[in-house]
Write a protein that binds this ligand. Structure first.
Ligand code: F6R
Length: 607
């Protein structure tokens, strides 16, 4: 985050960084203009360490910048924390992303006698910019010319003691948004940091160099040509990014799911006519007619949503669907074309791997519809059309409500596409819309079981490993349950299609291995019961997610996590709830940092 012209800048920066800490939280630092020099303060560990150090001083400064880090080059020590400074501490830089050609520049600088104090790729920037300033450039010019030399995907922000009212930022494939206010200007890598100061924001584009001064901002490209970027007014309610009495954002966000999925349906379902309409498909116009296949590209939890989406599109529309990890898609020889619809699924819209896949597919001429939760994000802006999920800001690092809104978006996409392609009639769609509307109540029912899930969680909180099994549309939910558990409790967990267990993972099963199995009604129900028997025969411990009152499952399982019964297609939305709660309560019992698990970051803006 950067600020130019706001009294009490040290406080402003800390408060802003709190809203950005989800992006990285292994160390933090600020550089603030003060009495003709820069006050640079850095701390290893959470932002609270830096906040405590700054609290010893009165709020000070009007211009400066701050950063929270997710380590790429060098361990998360104070020495490697940002800002990084030049030899005389006249220039300071904070940076997200990776400077890929930093080693060559470092060698060049070292050959001229420059001494480096960190392991980071960032530090070269401070030295290079300082040299340009010494050669007579002003700060904007020095930054712009330095940016011309850089390779990689990054955003960085610079202050210089010789330019006390100026902050300069560069965006190149990592997000950076400007905030405009009366007498002050701001920039940050995400909008929530700006909201206490302004609703007027200006998202930057790749290649932009922005200069902030108290009286306004100017933007140019790396060649120095002035560019204009539109401003937008943000109407989010800041309350949505507060914990609201919850111990953790994750629990607040789990409980927000029924409302979030309802909001995602709201403008797309018409109760009066029983019809569905996805504007995103209109936006593709004639290009949609040429489409013969589809690929979802995504990472992590969003990739799991893509697996469920494959089930929906193939079953409902009959169109072949690929689901690829975005980081793998990029390196395949077949990556799209005019008949190949590419659907990036991304909560943040800023995940570097997903953006890379999106851009590669675009270059191959594919039509692009993103499923995205942040309308101002790069993915949303760079796609031909966007299906916006209405999860609202998701702060907990482990994704919950973004996932379930993605599932709903994918289901609606399948219905609308089925209608447009003539494989579904209006009556077919109408018959599916009523249960879709009602599924939020089943999710609420699943949430009401939280106390029972907590008891089960406490009984297994010391397990070393977990297996999660599901079939069909609940196979991705098994993967998601395992991912949630490992992310926030650090217990080793694996998800498998239940039918695949006998081909290898069964070797792991013994009396110490809890096996969480999704056994709700549907076409694979009997098969899942057989899989449960196979686990029992090997003394494994069965924790079953099943429909309320299912005596057959109850008779087989050691523990049951009951959920209201719904249509099989919609069951992932309900079944994932007890798995999210299970992970949450196990992590809480183990004393883990639930909202900011170790080693993770919410928005992974490096490849
Ligand atoms: C898991 C989680 C991650 C993200 C992944 C993609 O709880 O949050 O696996 O799903 O990093 O992020 P987005 O959806 O922002 O592209």
């Amino acid at each position: 985050m950067g600020v130019a012209g706001k009294p009490g800048a040290s406080r402003v920066l800390i408060e802003g960084l709190k809203t950005l800490e989800y992006r990285g939280y292994d160390s933090a630092g600020v550089a603030i203009q003060h009495e003709g020099g820069l006050v640079v303060l850095r701390r290893a560990g959470k932002l609270a360490e830096l906040e405590a150090a700054l609290a010893e001083l009165e709020p000070f400064g009007t211009t400066g910048m701050g950063h929270t880090r997710w380590a790429t080059h060098g361990p998360p020590t104070e020495q490697n924390a940002h800002p990084h400074v030049d030899t005389h501490e006249r220039v300071a830089v904070v940076h997200n992303g990776i400077i890929e050609n930093h080693e060559a520049m470092r060698r060049e600088l070292e050959a001229t006698g420059c001494r480096f104090r960190s392991d980071t790729d960032t530090e070269v920037l401070a030295h290079l910019i300082s040299e340009r300033i010494k050669a007579g450039d002003d700060l904007s010019e020095a930054v712009r010319v330095t940016a011309q030399r850089l390779e990689g995907a990054y955003a960085f922000v610079v202050v210089s003691a010789d330019h006390p009212d100026t902050v300069v930022g560069v965006r190149h494939f990592s997000p950076l948004v400007v905030g405009l206010a009366e007498g002050a200007s701001f920039l940050a890598s995400d909008i929530p940091a700006l909201l206490p100061h302004t609703r007027s924001v200006m998202p930057l584009e790749d290649g932009d160099v922005v200069t902030l001064r108290p009286d306004g901002v100017s933007v140019c490209d790396v060649d120095g040509a002035a560019v204009e970027r539109p401003t937008r007014t943000i109407d989010w309610d800041p309350v949505r990014i507060q914990k609201g009495g919850y111990k953790h954002f994750m629990m607040k966000e789990i409980e927000e799911q029924p409302a979030a999925i309802a909001a995602t349906m709201a403008s797309r379902l018409d109760d009066a006519t029983g019809s569905i309409h996805m504007d995103a498909l209109d936006a593709l116009g004639d290009r949609l007619r040429a489409v013969t296949r589809m690929t979802f590209v995504a990472c992590g939890t969003s990739w799991h949503a893509g697996l469920a989406g494959k089930f929906y599109i193939e079953n409902i529309v009959g169109m072949p669907v690929g689901v690829d990890y975005a980081s793998e898609f990029r390196y395949r020889s077949i990556r799209g074309g005019p008949d190949h619809l590419i659907v990036p699924i991304t909560q943040s819209g800023e995940t570097a791997d997903t953006l890379g896949a999106l851009r590669d597919a675009k270059a191959e001429g594919s039509p692009l519809i993103s499923i995205c939760n942040v309308p101002e994000s790069s993915a949303a802006r760079e796609s031909d059309a966007v299906i916006q999920t209405e999860a609202g800001p998701e702060i907990g690092v482990a994704s919950t409500k973004a996932f379930t809104t993605q599932l709903v978006a994918l289901y609606m996409l399948a219905l609308d596409l089925g209608l447009r392609r003539g494989v579904l009639s209006h009556d077919d769609v109408e018959a599916r819309i009523t249960p879709l509307r009602r599924v939020r109540y089943a999710m609420e029912g699943a949430l009401r079981q939280a106390a029972l899930v907590k008891e089960v969680a406490h009984r297994y909180a010391d397990a070393q490993d977990f297996l999660f099994l599901g079939r069909g549309v609940n196979y991705p939910i098994a993967l998601e349950g395992a991912l949630k558990l490992k992310e926030i409790s650090y217990i080793h967990a694996e998800g498998y299609p239940a039918g695949e267990m006998k081909h290898g993972p069964i070797a792991l099963i013994d009396a110490s291995m809890p096996v969480v199995t999704i056994a709700t009604p549907g076409r694979v129900y009997e098969k899942v019961l057989s899989n449960i028997e196979e686990v029992r025969a090997r003394d494994g411990v069965i924790i079953a997610v099943c429909a309320e009152g299912d005596e057959r499952v109850r008779a087989l399982a050691d523990e049951v996590l009951e959920v209201p019964a719904v249509d099989e297609d919609l069951s992932p939305l309900v079944n994932v709830v007890p798995l999210q709660l299970l992970a949450y309560y196990i992590a809480e019992k183990r004393g883990c940092d639930i909202d900011q698990p170790r080693n993770l970051a919410k928005s992974v803006t490096v490849e």
